[in-house]
Structures are given as structure tokens and as C-alpha cells.
Design a protein around this ligand. Sequence first.
Ligand code: RET
Length: 242
Amino acid sequence: VALQTASLGVEGEGIWLALGTILMLLGMGYFMQQGWGVTDPRQKEFYIITILIPGIAAASYLSMFFGFGLTQVELVTGRVVDVYWARYADWLFTTPLLLLDIALLADADWRDIGALVGLDAFMIVTGLGATLMKIPTARFAFWTISTVAMLFLLYFLVATVGASAKETSEEAQSTFRVLQWIIVISWSVYPVAWLVGTEGLNLVGLYGETLLFMILDVLAKVGFGFVLLRSRAVVGEGDAPT
Ligand code: RET
């Protein structure tokens, strides 16, 4: 009975958590296989970071699948919100790693990387605040703060980190542009998913919201890593996987 409850979740969303776990593991395995035997220190950096990202997500998805990463928040209005808090633990570590990846590609300096990661941690922690608060107004206030931080972050990525990218090779520049758009487009949907989902206006139930976050997470992590690790800017001239 316990396993059955875990596998189904609250509204049957366990199917998406299981699929998310599998896709993250497949992505991680693929990146590991690609990176096996790489000795160049710069290449190794990219592989290590990019393998860790779906690895952390797989652990988080598995914990949510088993119902461990799930809690309930009772609002002052009496509504009880089912919250998968494990996502925030995942995001707190994986979003800085994604930013580190793209910033290293752009040859950004450590000050700019610090600014990006700082804004990012602020965004995730205020987002977790929004998720755990009991007063609806406070939830939306923190959602707004988190979203504003995200907009600053995306602007900083495109403008400042983008300016350092312009000083890198043609290959690195074109990979940077693709990754930058993957980030700008996929990250922008997260606050919308939160807002329409159970944490916000509850227009979409837990089932649909879990599916949406799973698609976003796979795109933002595995899709991102796939583009990065296939780029000649990372694997070097002549030995890009075909
Ligand atoms: C929250 C809710 C509050 C408002 C905002 C959010 C943004 C989350 C983002 C998450 C990105 C996650 C990624 C994960 C895996 O790769 C916390 C949902 C702005 C942008 C990229």
C-alpha cells in the first residue's frame, strides 16, 4: 500500500516523477559515457558540472516519487497545498551549476559569476518562501520578489555575461547564444507554472503542474547539457561527437 501510494502520488502525478527520474538518469548516463576518458582540464570541468546537474535532479525526482519530498502547507484560508519541496533543494544546487557552465563558456570573470549565482540563490530561496507561506498575500509578494530577481538575472546573463562571450571563439559564441535562449525561454516559464499551479492560483492541478515542471526540468538540464557538450567550443576541433 505504501509503495502504491508513493508511486501514484496525490493525483497520479507519480508517473511524471518516475519519468523525470528515468530521463535525468539517461541524460546523466549519456553525458558520463561522452566524457569518459576526457583528460583536458577545461573539458573535464564542463563534463563534471554537466553530469552533476541531472544527477542531482534524478535524486530529487526519486525522493519526490517516493513521497519523501512532499509536504502540506495549510493556508490561513483553510486551503491545503501539496508542495513538493524537494524541487527547491534540487534547484538551489542545479541552477547555479547551469549558470556556472554557461559563464565558463563565456569566460566570464569570477565577480560576474558571483553576481549571477547570488541572484540565483536569492531567487530560489524567496521562491521557497513564497511556497511555504500561509498568507496568500505574502505568497504572491514573495513570488513577485523572486520573479523580479529572475528578470535581473536573465538581463545580467544576456547583457554582461553576453559581453564576455563576444570575446571568445566563433564556436563558443554560437553555443553561448543557443544556451542563452534555452535559459531565457525555459526559466521564464517556471514562475508562470508556479502561478497557475497549486502553489499559486490553482488553475492547474498537481498532475498537470508536475508534468509541466518535469518537461521544463528535462529541457533546462538535459537539453542544455546536450547542446553544451556537443559544441566544438567544448569538445575541441575535430572530435565533436557525430
Ligand atoms: C519559482 C517560484 C517563484 C518565482 C520564480 C521561480 C523560478 C524558478 C526557476 C527555476 C529554474 C529551475 C531550473 C531547474 C532545472 O534545470 C521558484 C518557481 C521566479 C527559474 C532551470
